[in-house]
Design a protein around this ligand. Sequence first.
Ligand code: ADP
Ligand code: MN
Ligand code: MN
Ligand code: MN
Length: 333
Amino acid sequence: MSYRAEYIWIDGTEPTALLRSKTKIIADGEEPGIWGFDGSSTNQAPGNNSDCVLQPVYVCHDPVRGGDNVLVMNEVLLPDMSPHPSNTRRACAEVAEKYAKHEPWFGIEQEYTFLSDGRPLGWPISGYPGPQGPYYCGVGSDEIWGREVVEAHTTACLDAGIAISGTNAEVMMGQWEFQVGPVGPLEVSDQLWVARWLLYRVGEEFDIVATLDPKPIAGDWNGAGAHTNFSTKSMRESYEPIVKGAEALGKNHDEHITNYGAGVDLRLTGLHETAPWTDYSYGVSDRGASVRIPWQTARDQKGYLEDRRPNANMDPYVVTRLITNTVCEALDN
Ligand code: ADP
Ligand code: MN
Ligand code: MN
Ligand code: MN
């Protein structure tokens, strides 16, 4: 029987790209091949030269439709098969290949906020809920909103074969997190984009919106980040490369911070477990530093480091490329 392939791609909307998808019916026994779309409707092409190409790069089981149906993550190409300017995956693939001998691993903590009727889920129609404190990893209907969506999303990720490694309720009411990894830079990025698509798609079933807005509510409310945990083979075996990596990230702070998601300055204020976006710092167990070395890593004298700077709305192809490049280049010198 024919099956459905949901072709997913990243559009050209600025400053933060949106996910798009459409369905292709594929004959029994055939594989999802290249396809196309109207780039003039996605901020990727002018109307008089509108064709863009979809190149499948990651295929997994479709947990929403079930059966033989699949989800297909794509790179966007120009009609001459060169990468589209909005295609950030290609450069990530080149860096991943260049430094493959370091065996880089990433675990990304994706924070997000559920919205309903335009306000965070569970929030009163006017005013604010009680101040932050009880919501993080809370339990009970007075503190937790949207758990049914979280559970459905987690099940979907597991069914799809995504390397989801955990979930938790976050500090702001209505805010949550899931983690993907640790796996390689391209793998974590492809899977995180598909996991984001699944979050929005599963949300449709509940009529609940998920947003990656890095600071959904101004004031004394936590923003949403995408802490990016990183290790190389040598970091998993000894401590010195971890310190070297943390130092190297400091030398390239400006290039990293300007590519860590739109509105990073709104979130990295120095309050709410963040370091100010204008400064770089690192420290053991320090959730007020740009980069944290977890206490287990310091105790074991091996492990990984956590870059706490990326926003929830960051592009993982960009962030994993920058971290791999900066740290592995330093380790080679
Ligand atoms: P936090 O304490 O900061 O909330 P989490 O448990 O949410 O940490 O996320 C930690 C992430 O780091 C997980 O995705 C985990 O898989 C990942 N991780 C664990 N070990 C490594 C490693 N050696 N290299 C990269 N990532 C790792
Ligand atoms: Mn976490
Ligand atoms: Mn978190
Ligand atoms: Mn973290």
